[in-house]
Write a new protein. Structure first.
Length: 89
């Protein structure tokens, strides 16, 4: 078995709780979202004009870190906080 296959097999045995903690404090991802959805993720956020696309930087477990009007801004914040960003498919 190839090393990559072994990792995939081991990860498939993780519980949902273990998977959520994977990369905690080290990994983050950027997710585009509609401005109308911001209050669900960021209840303390000020009102944002409807119909905009904004970019949320989220920790590995999905916790919100920062909200930006550009993808580059969210990625810059990840870099400033020494977080490695990953792509989700």
């Amino acid at each position: 078995m190839q090393p990559k296959d072994m990792i995939v097999e081991q990860m498939s045995r993780l519980t949902p709780e273990q998977f959520a903690q994977l990369g905690d404090g080290a990994l983050a991802y950027v997710r585009p979202m509609r401005s109308e959805d911001v209050t669900r993720l960021y209840p303390q956020a000020p009102d944002i004009e409807p119909g905009l696309t904004v970019f949320a930087l989220l920790s590995a477990d999905g916790s919100p870190i920062v909200l930006s009007d550009t993808k580059e801004g969210a990625l810059a914040n990840a870099h400033e906080n020494k977080l490695m960003t990953v792509s989700l498919h």
